[in-house]
Design a protein around this ligand. Structure first.
Ligand code: DX5
Ligand code: ZN
Length: 213
């Protein structure tokens, strides 16, 4: 599944870009929320997420790069999130947050920074729908893919399969046509792509190519 990241869209033409995604082979629309504290950058928040939701015909995959994400779970449900991902590093009570996300009727995700070992989610695999492996340090689009991610995908795939858990592996950061096929081979289920899609001359064609890679 391909989840183009709206962070790389033209914010002055969000409706146009969301329509393009609606008509494309994208499975989800990835929505990056940054607070300037957990990550050094600010993106956008609830009103913009709501505006995207008004035009989107595909599920919103909301990635919270914020401290104390538990304060905003219900707000993002109301804004239209279908998948809600919190960071492991920002969650003191991760298990509780995951339960709350599911209780609100969303798929629950946890994101791991490049330095965070995949083993740390072993005891919550049954409470999760998705693990997002960051393949860049979160905060900005257009960064270079960190190759160590391949080992993490393979290891996490084994953990999930051994536990007979139903958890999707998502890769976020620096994904494009150069690594999409290898990431799928390593065990990835969802590929997030920002710059690779929106800086392409034909974004919809690039989404199709990523899908078929
Ligand atoms: C990074 C974000 C990513 C970003 C990916 O902090 O979480 O979702 O938009 O952008 P690219 O694909 O350009 O690396
Ligand atoms: Zn993201």
């Amino acid at each position: 599944m391909i989840a183009p990241s709206i962070l790389s869209a033209d914010f002055a033409n969000l409706e146009r870009d969301v329509r393009m995604l609606n008509g494309s082979d994208a499975a989800w629309i990835h929505v990056d929320i940054m607070d300037g504290v957990f990550v050094p950058n600010l993106s956008f928040g609830l009103p913009v997420t709501e505006a995207i939701k008004r035009h989107a015909t595909k599920p919103l995959d909301v990635h919270l790069m914020i401290v104390q994400p538990e304060r905003y779970l219900e707000d993002f449900k109301k804004a239209g999130a279908d998948v809600l991902t919190v960071h492991y590093e920002a969650s003191t009570h991760l298990h509780r947050s995951l339960q709350q996300i599911r209780a609100l009727g969303m798929k629950a995700g946890v994101a791991l920074n490049p330095h965070t070992p995949v083993d740390l989610v072993a005891d919550v695999l049954g409470d999760l729908d998705l693990v997002c492996l960051m393949s860049v340090n979160p905060g900005f689009g257009g960064q270079a893919f960190i190759p160590q991610t391949f080992k993490k995908v393979e290891r996490l795939r084994r953990m999930i399969d051994d536990a007979h858990a139903k958890v999707l592996i998502e890769i976020d950061g620096g994904v494009g046509l150069a690594n999409a096929a290898d990431l799928k081979k390593a065990g990835a289920d969802v590929l997030v792509a920002g710059n690779a899609v929106f800086k392409a001359s034909d974004p919809a064609a690039t989404i199709r190519q990523l899908n078929e890679a």
